[in-house]
Design a protein around this ligand. Structure first.
Ligand code: SAH
Length: 392
């Protein structure tokens, strides 16, 4: 039995036909199947309240039978499945989206049609700070004048005084991306702030931020425990995004170096460091693999490497250079146990051993599972298969 009437059409919650306990054991078994050969897998950390955890909610707008609808795209199609409330989305964010739909009706604002490329309101994106309570609404529209903009904004704020900023983003391209290039702040600062592990982070419409704040703290605390910092270490935070992990660890490290490909994220990371008064951290924009090769070529060293790559895992260049840098510990955070298994295979053939594997349920009701692994350098004389070729 599923809990949501849109279960089949939406496709967002693949495991909704299972109880939460069943979901956790499903994920545990998956991680053991893929990673159990490296070391014991600790019990997955689930949520006490696995509902409404998503702090970032997005809805597409369209027309059906002469009425405006808002919701999600049916999996692999362009049909909008109307959604008013969702099991995993933030409750306030969902309410705001319903209000916007009603206001759009009364203000006669037409939804955008991406076949005819006509109409105005395309998507609404809401981000809410779980700790700070700040709420950002992004109205994604076609270009051109916003009909009755000021009255619309005032009406929205009247219904939802909890909104702290409203941004208009313009996207008139034929694209499946939600956000376009240009943004204009209609109310407030144009960003929200949120607290995580005792630090404050700025979240703008485009910046990446973990979507489950409760489990993010759990995950980062585990990663920090695995890193075992004593205040003197040189730490690399690879694939660092807006710098959250490195910034949180900096107080227990000698020096932290963050590397990230997305330049907006690096800009946010630098301003997050300044805003929190963290001085022993530096961020570099570039490919993490290339960066590690340069570090290795320059005969640099690191005591601890933290890596949190996208689903594809770490590049071979990255892993080869990591071996050369020879850190005592590697903390590998992964959202894809398949590529994690491949990369652990490489590292464990090259002088490391996995000593802790901890799955964390960041995305209840979906099939996704996050895993954090601690690897330690094996003492030289116990190195496994030293003649192994450098493949994964
Ligand atoms: N550690 C961060 C972000 C992890 S998401 C956090 O916990 O918030 C993975 C990040 O890797 C994204 O920010 C993405 O932009 C970045 N990325 C993707 N490919 C990359 C590459 N080749 N080199 C460096 N960073 C990359």
């Amino acid at each position: 039995m599923s809990l949501c009437p849109n279960y089949k059409k939406c496709g967002g919650c693949q495991l909704q036909n299972m109880t939460y306990e069943k979901q956790l054991s499903f994920k545990q078994v998956k991680v053991i199947r893929l990673l159990g050969r490296f070391c014991h897998v600790d019990e997955i950390i689930g949520m006490d309240e696995p509902y409404h955890y998503r702090n970032k909610v997005q809805a597409a707008f369209g027309m059906k039978n002469g009425k405006i609808i808002s919701g999600v795209y049916q999996s692999s199609t362009h049909n909008i499945v109307p959604v008013d409330d969702c099991l995993i989305e933030d409750v306030i964010a969902d309410k705001i989206i319903v209000t916007i739909r009603k206001l759009a009706e009364s203000f006669k604002i037409k939804p955008f049609n991406d076949v005819t490329m006509k109409g105005f309101l395309r998507h609404v994106l809401v981000k809410r700070g779980f700790v700070s309570g700040q709420v950002m609404v992004v109205l994604v529209t076609a270009s051109g004048a916003f009909p009755s903009q000021r009255s619309f904004v005032n009406a929205l704020l009247g219904k939802h005084p909890e909104i702290t900023t409203i941004v208009r983003n313009i996207n008139d391209k034929h694209t499946s991306l939600v956000l376009g290039e240009r943004s204009e702040t209609l109310f407030g600062d144009g960003y929200i702030e949120e607290q995580l592990c005792g630090l404050s982070f700025r979240i703008s419409p485009k910046s990446f931020y973990q979507i489950n704040p409760v489990q993010t703290e759990v995950l980062y605390n585990k990663a920090a425990g695995f890193a075992g910092l004593t205040g003197t270490e040189r730490v690399i935070d690879a694939y660092c995004g807006t710098g959250t992990i490195g910034l949180i660890m900096a107080k227990n490290a000698g020096q932290v170096i963050g590397v990230e490909l997305n330049k907006d994220a690096v800009r946010d990371a630098k301003s997050n460091a300044a805003a929190n008064g963290v001085k022993n951290i530096q961020f570099f924009c570039g490919d993490a693999g290339r960066f590690m090769v340069d570090m290795a070529d320059a005969r640099e060293t690191a005591d601890v490497v933290i890596t949190d790559p996208p689903r594809a895992g770490c590049s071979l260049d990255f892993l080869r250079s990591l071996i050369k840098l020879s850190p005592k510990r590697v903390v590998y955070i992964s959202c894809n146990p398949e590529t994690l298994a491949r990369d652990l295979g490489f590292l464990t053939r090259k002088g490391y051993r996995a000593v802790k594997i901890q799955p964390v349920d960041m995305f209840p009701f979906t099939e996704h599972v996050e895993t954090v692994v601690l690897l330690e350098k094996r003492p030289k004389n116990t190195e496994k298969r030293p003649n192994d070729t450098e493949t994964r």
